[in-house]
Design a protein around this ligand. Structure first.
Ligand code: F3S
Length: 63
């Protein structure tokens, strides 16, 4: 599973990283620092929860 992130629409809520700190890297200003995440096996549910946690809906799940 992979997460695809529209970085240009991130406004820095940081909820993604609060839910799954090991999956999401934030930059110094608190914006998401990656445009995709390859989700390790076993962390799919956590990744989905983190994607749903973003109020801006910039994180998409690609199966
Ligand atoms: Fe950005 Fe959404 Fe995370 S606005 S920092 S991708 S919760």
């Amino acid at each position: 599973m992979r997460l695809v992130i529209e970085r240009y629409n991130c406004v820095g809520h940081a909820r993604c990283a609060a839910v799954a700190p090991d999956l999401f890297e934030l930059d110094r200003e608190g914006y998401i620092a990656v445009d995709h995440v390859d989700v390790p096996a076993g962390q799919e549910a956590l990744a989905r929860r983190a994607a749903r946690a973003c109020p801006e809906r910039v994180i998409s799940v690609v199966e």
